[in-house]
Write a protein that binds this ligand. Structure first.
Ligand SMILES: Cc1cc2nc3c(=O)[nH]c(=O)nc-3n(C[C@H](O)[C@H](O)[C@H](O)COP(=O)(O)O)c2cc1C
Length: 335
């Protein structure tokens, strides 16, 4: 695998957001992007309803499962299970600051235990052939980020990690909520660029605050890939430009409307299986952001799709509010 290229553009793992419906929808917008699941804990994989937690359709690939945990043997077992479910990569969460995660001694607090992270990676690598990657912060609390990031990088490199994804800000474990931890500690892109310069042989992916594709192109002069979270979710129309702009490939659909229409058969098949309409349509609310009729589209879905028994007609009616033809969007995806 050309690792550099494989990680060129990634959609971030986001709890409650990047579920299987969201991933299916995002895949309609871009073929080349690497997509990450929400974090799933090792306890959930080992003791929970695996078929529900790990279901992933062939159409989603390439897709990475993000695991939360810190026991090498448990992580290795979960990695094996994930591969059986068809995942293309296993990613370890070393960035989540929530109290619940800290109590379980995983997520961002692992920044203080680089050797253990190395052991976790080595244990997974010993059991699976798919890439094993880590998503981390540049440090936590009063750690010196230069030292903390270097120590973590050294440990995971030693364990032959396949890529390191760096959310380019510290996490404050005490006093800031997970939400505040996504915005408040300042971003430090230069630190991640320097990390790549020091480790040219390791695939490094930069995450945090990236919105426009021309910003992504700028970062790609310094690192192997970019990972985009909130913007990808809230303004998914931007994803249509990823394949042409970053991969030189033809976009899957000429317009957000064409992509929305292509989602209809999926929605129908899920409705037939008992999935509620809102479980899918909640992910597409930002698809037409800025276009005439977008607000009515969102409002219609927000009020009607949540009703028990809401069917495909609700989605069709919502789309009818949007004034957009099949031509490429006039909005610049790089804007
Ligand atoms: C709703 C939400 C849920 C998130 N859940 C996870 C998660 O499960 N695992 C993880 O590593 N990061 C999680 N994150 C953090 C994102 O992956 C990403 O690192 C962060 O949002 C910064 O990227 P952005 O500025 O492009 O959004 C979450 C972020 C959001 C907004």
């Amino acid at each position: 695998m050309d690792t550099g290229k494989a990680y060129r553009f990634c959609i971030a793992p986001m709890m409650e957001w990047t579920d299987r419906h969201c991933r299916y929808f995002h895949r309609l917008l871009t073929r080349e992007t690497r997509i990450y699941t929400e974090m799933i804990t090792t306890a959930a994989v080992l003791h929970g309803n695996r078929a529900r937690l790990l279901a992933c359709r062939p159409a989603e690939h390439p897709v990475a499962l993000q695991l939360g945990g810190s026991h090498p043997r448990e992580l290795a077992r979960c990695a094996e299970i994930a591969v059986d479910f068809g995942y293309d990569e296993i990613n370890l969460n070393v960035g989540c600051p929530s109290d619940r995660v800290q109590e379980g001694r995983f997520g961002a607090c692992l920044m203080a235990e680089p050797l253990l992270v190395g052991e976790c990676v080595a244990a997974m690598k010993a059991k699976v052939k798919v890439p094993v990657t880590v998503k981390c912060r540049i440090g936590i609390d009063d750690q010196d980020p230069e030292e903390a990031l270097e120590a973590l990088t050294g440990a995971v490199k030693q364990a032959c990690v396949d890529a390191l994804i760096v959310h380019a800000r510290k996490a404050w474990l005490d006093g800031l909520s997970p939400r505040e931890n996504r915005d408040l500690p300042p971003l430090d892109y230069d630190r991640v660029y320097r990390l790549k310069a020091r480790h040219p042989d390791l695939a490094i992916v930069l995450n945090g605050g990236i919105a426009a594709l021309d910003d992504a192109e700028e970062h790609l002069k310094h690192v192997d890939g970019v990972m985009v979270g909130r913007t990808a979710y809230q303004e998914p129309w931007r994803l249509l430009a990823v394949d042409p702009v970053l991969f030189g490939k033809i976009a899957r659909f000429a317009s957000p409307m064409a992509a929305a229409r292509a989602l209809i058969p999926y929605v129908e098949s899920e409705l037939a299986r008992g999935t509620r309409l809102h479980a899918i349509t909640r992910h597409i609310l930002g698809l037409f952001r800025g276009a005439p009729g977008a607000r009515a589209f969102r409002r219609h879905l927000a009020t009607e799709a949540v009703k028990p028994g809401a069917g495909i007609a609700v989605l069709r009616d919502a789309l009818a509010f949007v004034v957009q033809d099949e031509e490429p969007s006039t909005r610049s995806a790089a804007a």
